[in-house]
Design a binder for this molecule. Structure first.
Ligand code: HEC
Length: 119
């Protein structure tokens, strides 16, 4: 059960990445990809992440404040900040952060990512 959930999540991620690339190549118009929805991400963040993270400052709660996190060079695990590594961090958690791989769908994580990048 757990494995198949992860597989589904991975497939979802691959599909959405594939869709992004396909669109760019095909149309040549640079039409915006169906990326995450930051407004929905905000709600999800408040429900799932806000207990431990400030969104409006860098001040630490349980975890680091996430304002401007997408402009940092590196994450707490030393990985360079990019979409894939932020998503991986959220999936895996660690050091006091719970793993969200099975708790949120790929679409929900994309929405949260879009929100984080707007901070
Ligand atoms: C139970 C508390 C808790 C919850 C809930 C939580 N986190 Fe965290 N988070 C942490 C802690 C603690 C760290 C620091 C981990 C470390 O130092 O390696 C962290 C680190 C992070 C980082 C890396 C920040 C940086 O500057 O490197 C991101 C991004 C992040 N969390 C996103 C989220 C998101 C998105 C959610 C909700 C889906 C979430 N967290 C939910 C505790 C939490």
């Amino acid at each position: 059960m757990k494995k198949s959930l992860i597989a589904i999540t991975c497939m979802g991620l691959m599909l959405s990445t594939g869709a992004l690339m396909g669109q760019d190549k095909g149309k040549g118009k640079g039409k915006a990809a169906p990326a995450g929805d930051a407004a929905k991400g905000k709600e999800l963040f408040e429900a799932n992440c806000g207990v431990c993270h400030n969104a409006d400052s860098e001040e630490r709660k349980m975890g680091p404040g996430l304002k401007g996190v997408s402009k940092h060079a590196k994450l707490a695990n030393d990985a360079p900040v990019n979409d894939a590594n932020i998503t991986k961090f959220v999936n895996e958690g660690g050091n006091g952060m719970p793993p969200f791989a099975d708790l949120l769908t790929g679409a929900e994580k994309a929405n949260i990512l879009a929100y984080l990048k707007s901070l």
